[in-house]
Ligand binder design. Sequence first.
Ligand code: NAD
Ligand code: UGA
Length: 447
Amino acid sequence: MKICVIGTGYVGLVAGTCFAESGNTVVCVDVNEEKIAGLREGVIPIYEPGLKEMVIRNSAEGRLTFTTDLAAAVKTSLVNFIAVGTPPGEDGSADLKYVLDVARAIGSHMEGFKIIVDKSTVPVGTADQVRRAVQEELDRRGVSYEFDVVSNPEFLKEGAAIDDFMKPDRVVIGVDNVRTAELMKELYSPFMRKTNRMILMDVRSAEMTKYAANAMLATRISFMNQIANLCERMGADVSAVREGIGSDSRIGYDFLFPGVGYGGSCFPKDVKALVRTAEECGYDFMLLKAVEEVNERQKMLIPEKILRHFSGDRAGESRPLAGKTIAVWGLSFKPRTDDMREAPSIVVIERLLAEGASVRAHDPEAVKEAQKIFGDRIAYSCSSPYDILAGADALAIVTEWNEYRNPDFERIAEQLRTPVIFDGRNLYNPRRLKEMGFIYHGIGRNG
Ligand code: NAD
Ligand code: UGA
């Protein structure tokens, strides 16, 4: 099939590459000329395991090309995916500017029947807006071509994007037309197995499914963060509680890890957008408002623990952490990505700096992105995590990169001025660390 994917970010680039991998002819379009020039040379603008090799292989085999020429790409493609950003507007609602720009561009260049697929995360009713925008352009040109607008939300996770795309739990397709439904089924059939499902539904339900999924996952995380905070006060260990409830097949183990709050480019914006959508139709989504508020507070937990630990008799002073150096392991919003969008590390580090601390941070992939946020206000390392420990007053773990999971504790203790660890991801065994002489603060573990 001839496919055009418009927007070569995390979703567009991964989707386009995986469709090429399954044999289709794919052209990826972006307005960012630098990005496209780089991709033509095999330079991948993001860190996503396995993506580079796949892009290079499919480009070499001629199935995957990159262009800024949307008109030419649309003319030659039957299926046109819209995979541009939908950032939050000032009131929290999803800003559809980029999606509708692309819809108009498709309408002004298409010749013949087209399937237009909303891959971006968009509120219920967006397909109707896309349809109108395309039709307005056709009317303006005085031409008449048939087209279908499909909702095909994406559920991939950064850091595991290729696997999630090639082996999805499910593929959701919101479609009104039988012929188009058949084509979409054909396109996704290489990714379907005995263990997953393709779920066809109406367009509005597909749009809603995406927000409901992200909102549910965010709710689990905020719920577990509150359970953890309560465990801490009651002398219980949230890790045991997590196992205890996860073993119930109705609950399951996934997405029950308490920590420093959820971040990333999607949960925060999608929760806000759903609250806003509800408001627009006069419904108060109280539960989700609480999910968001809990998350905002959770991001403050590690700096507050650090403050409590160090301020002692300096509590009440204006910069109680002045003279203290905190080493931070992990900057990206989660491991296996260099994405810093809404990363909890931003809140943690900004608060530490505001309280007077000096901060040194290690991250294997996100230092370049982090430098855009913190500049020279903090020190960085992307090589050895031990580089930043010498003379620091404490180590705070913010992102659970694998290389932090089983470190050389003797080396950590030797380097730190005082052996204090704030473990924002509950990576370590509190008892073992205490035996080794550490002062250990976890999340919900009474440590
Ligand atoms: P992104 O910001 O990484 O990429 C968007 C790309 O679109 C950019 O390269 C930008 O230059 C390009 N673009 C903007 N306007 C354009 C235009 N008019 N023509 C061509 N290209 C244009 O975004 P992303 O993270 O890939 O997210 C895209 C959408 O997918 C969002 O709605 C997001 O919520 C959703 N989503 C993201 C993820 C994820 O893991 N990042 C997962 C599922 C769904
Ligand atoms: C999330 C969803 O998992 C994807 O299904 C969805 O497609 C995507 O959003 C999207 O719509 O963009 P992603 O943001 O890449 O994917 O990462 P997640 O693994 O979901 O993690 C999100 C945040 O939640 C991270 O900050 C992570 O640390 C946090 N988290 C996750 C927890 O605090 N606890 C958990 O148990 C799981």
